[in-house]
Write a protein that binds this ligand. Structure first.
Ligand SMILES: Cc1cc2nc3c(=O)[nH]c(=O)nc-3n(C[C@H](O)[C@H](O)[C@H](O)COP(=O)(O)OP(=O)(O)OC[C@H]3O[C@@H](n4cnc5c(N)ncnc54)[C@H](O)[C@@H]3O)c2cc1C
Length: 224
């Protein structure tokens, strides 16, 4: 493994790629000896002419390094990864980032939208999952890693923003956005909030925390 300005740079091969849900791929790359990270961190894919960051959903000691990736219309990496053959080598740098579990100071409230659930999957798989997890999705079939999250966290609440058939309603689901759940259901208190996903959700939830849960601690990872 080479180091560039103190950051490890290494190569890993694509060993598996499959659909987790409509529009969401799970990738598995080989993990060579010495590659390690803290659950919640991300790796940077150094592509031909551009770079993209993705959070690991696997544990640091697993045989493969796994990611869940939402396909974006017109996205460069989204296009390139669908075309890559199994066995393709990728250049990566990292681990990067500080979005890691900070210890149980206050009750944890983990809030994700879409593939923003990735660091929380890594937390749960590493035995660090605790507290309440709100996973915001458009429809029930986008609830990736539901079994793992539900069994690790009794406080797992899928938040489904679009109307859906009652028969498709997962156990414990909340009909509405994560912001509505926090506004309407979370009791007053001081929490450790961990927010991960698109900027719009992070902005809305941060404003709400400022108004309603002012003394809480806040940790964020923005995907755009
Ligand atoms: C620290 C970090 C960790 C990340 N981890 C993950 C992860 O684990 N899983 C994951 O899926 N993504 C993750 N992302 C986002 C990821 O890095 C890319 O931005 C995303 O996959 C789009 O890349 P692309 O090359 O396919 O699209 P691009 O070529 O970058 O974008 C094409 C167009 O789509 C828009 N766009 C970009 N992302 C989205 C989106 N999510 N929804 C709608 N429109 C979008 C862009 O604004 C642009 O107009 C992370 C980002 C950061 C900063």
């Amino acid at each position: 493994m080479e180091r560039v300005g103190g950051t490890p740079r290494f190569s890993a091969r694509l060993v598996d790629r499959h659909w987790l849900a409509p529009g969401i791929l799970e990738l598995r790359l080989t993990r060579q000896e010495g590659v390690t990270f803290i659950p919640g961190q991300f790796l940077r894919f150094v592509m031909d002419g551009y770079e993209r960051d993705y959070t690991m959903v696997s544990t640091p000691d697993a045989k493969t390094i796994d990611f869940c990736i939402a396909m974006v219309e017109g996205g460069r990496f989204s296009r390139d990864i669908q075309k890559a053959d199994i066995g393709t080598p990728f250049e990566l740098t990292g681990p990067h980032g500080h979005f890691v579990f900070q210890g149980p100071a206050n009750s944890a409230v983990l809030v994700a939208t879409g593939t923003g659930v990735a660091p929380f999957v890594a937390f749960c798989r590493s035995g660090l999952g605790t507290g309440l997890l709100l996973h915001g999705v458009g429809a029930p079939d986008r609830l990736i890693y539901r079994d793992i999250l539900q069994s690790a966290l009794p406080g797992y609440v899928p938040c489904i923003s679009r109307p859906f058939e009652k028969m498709d309603r997962p156990d414990n689901a909340f009909a509405g956005r994560v912001t509505h759940y926090l506004e309407q259901q979370l009791t007053q208190g001081v929490y450790d909030f961990y927010l991960c996903g698109r900027g719009a959700m992070i902005r809305d939830v941060t404003a709400l925390i400022d108004q309603q849960f002012g003394d809480s601690r806040l940790f964020i990872e923005t995907y755009d």
